[in-house]
Structures are given as structure tokens and as C-alpha cells.
Design a protein around this ligand. Structure first.
Ligand SMILES: [Zn+2]
Ligand SMILES: [Zn+2]
Length: 87
């Protein structure tokens, strides 16, 4: 559990957020936000490839079918993980 008194760390530059940013701010500045979004791996870009929900590899699209996973194995793994989380 993170201590709420600790300043959040900017994912863009790794520095603690300055106290004057908004309470829900994630980045210390617009520059960090834009830079991190461009190089970010976890964030899906609107025009980038769809990432597998299980292993986060880019999914090759087959026609117009929307796929959430890169393979049947990943789909099953995610399904099993969901079932385990429900227990
Ligand atoms: Zn920053
Ligand atoms: Zn996958």
C-alpha cells in the first residue's frame, strides 16, 4: 500500500510530482505527459496496433475482426486468470 503522504512519482521523468500539480495529476508537466505517451508501452495509441490483453504483444489484425488476444493460448490464460480472481 503506498503511503498517501508520499508524493507521486512522474512516470515521464521519475521525479516526485511538485506539490502545485493537481491531486489527480500523473505527470509533473505536459512535456513529461506527451513524451511518456509517445514512448509508453502500456498505453495503447489510437493508431497503433492492438495489444494482446494477456501478454501485451501487438496483435496482427485479421480483416476487421476485433481480437483482444494474440493467440488462443493467451485467451485461455486470461480466462483462467479471471476465473481464479473470482474465487
Ligand atoms: Zn516529469
Ligand atoms: Zn498474447
Amino acid at each position: 500500500m503506498p503511503d498517501t503522504d508520499d508524493p507521486a512519482i512522474c512516470p515521464g521523468c521519475g521525479q516526485p510530482l511538485p506539490p502545485q500539480v493537481r491531486a489527480d495529476a500523473v505527470y509533473c508537466s505536459d512535456r513529461c505527459r506527451m513524451r511518456h505517451r509517445r514512448s509508453g508501452v502500456r498505453l495503447t495509441e489510437p493508431r497503433g496496433p492492438t495489444l494482446c490483453s494477456n501478454c501485451l504483444k501487438p496483435i496482427r489484425s485479421y480483416g476487421r475482426v476485433h481480437r483482444a488476444y494474440c493467440s488462443a493460448g493467451c485467451r485461455q490464460a486470461a480466462y483462467r486468470a479471471r476465473k481464479q480472481a473470482a474465487n
